[in-house]
Write a new protein. Sequence first.
Length: 361
Amino acid sequence: MEKYNIITDEQMAAFLEGNVSAEELDIMLKALCDSPELQSVLSISGRVDEELEEKASYYSILPMAKMAAKSEGHLCDLQCEEWILSRRGMEVDRTSLSEQALQNRWLRDKGTPLHHMGRLLEDKGLQVSRRYDATLADLETALEKRADIIVVVDNVVLYGKEKKEDDFHAVTVLAVDKDWVRIYDPATGNPCEDCAAGRFAEAWSGSSHYMVIVSPSEAAYVPVPINVDNVSIPDDLIDLREAIAENTHEVWSKARMAEGWTYGPERDDKLKKHPDLVPYARLTEGEKEYDRILAENTIKLVRKLGFDLVKSRDTETYRILMHRLQNPDREYRCCQCGTIIFKSYKYCPDCGKRLDEKEFL
């Protein structure tokens, strides 16, 4: 157990990612030989990785919770928003903006999560929208419509440094040409910098080409939902889709009735009559399909944003992980065949070996 204690979570993570030196690898392998606890961590990690890779190998995860942070105090997004407010003639005070952002958890200790960028601008009444998978052409179009734009780039790639890890950074785009992109970078304080278009595009790709668009108040709203076409729903989540679809109808119906609406064969906004105020089962297939599409896209979006839906006790991986969380002390170990076994087991489920409870003492 002593050797296991000297292996930190960071060292284990580096080992699992293959990011260790030859000396560190030797230490880790020796520790694995001596520690059933480390062996169980490795075994579980492998099973989890296999399941997640199988589920997500065909689509990329959007970096919704990544932090835009490359600036003094991790304030790059706040500085971009402050710059836009000033540009639009609004009085700003960085201290009050910071306090507001921290109070609402838009700004965290390590930066601003991508999905919270632009919240201060929204609070000031500006028209803000967000989108992934944007292009340089989208930047040009937005600028032509007099929009302000914040994008998230990998700062290491943008400035040609040696890439060690993602270094997400918020900058404001001022102009776009086929050869260059002009930006305001709050980290440098320069009013404008020109970056080669190719390098900018590469740096921007790290955030899945994320952009925050601040449109003029008179601009028409153009919805651009996150593209989930390449995300599929496994068979075991089809029932979940149907449950969400039916419950969505129940929530909608309850809200309508609370507003005074009742059933009517035809919709009448004056009399507050609606033909869909019936149980879900009585809706036509066409009407049900609307709720199904909403439910299906919700599940796909959850997966696209990096979350996994695992039915409780449905998989061996879930069972092992939950048991470890609930019983952290010597309730499990490895059998000689490498299978994870728990104290309650009389026989190993894989090799059939009879187990002695003394092995857990």
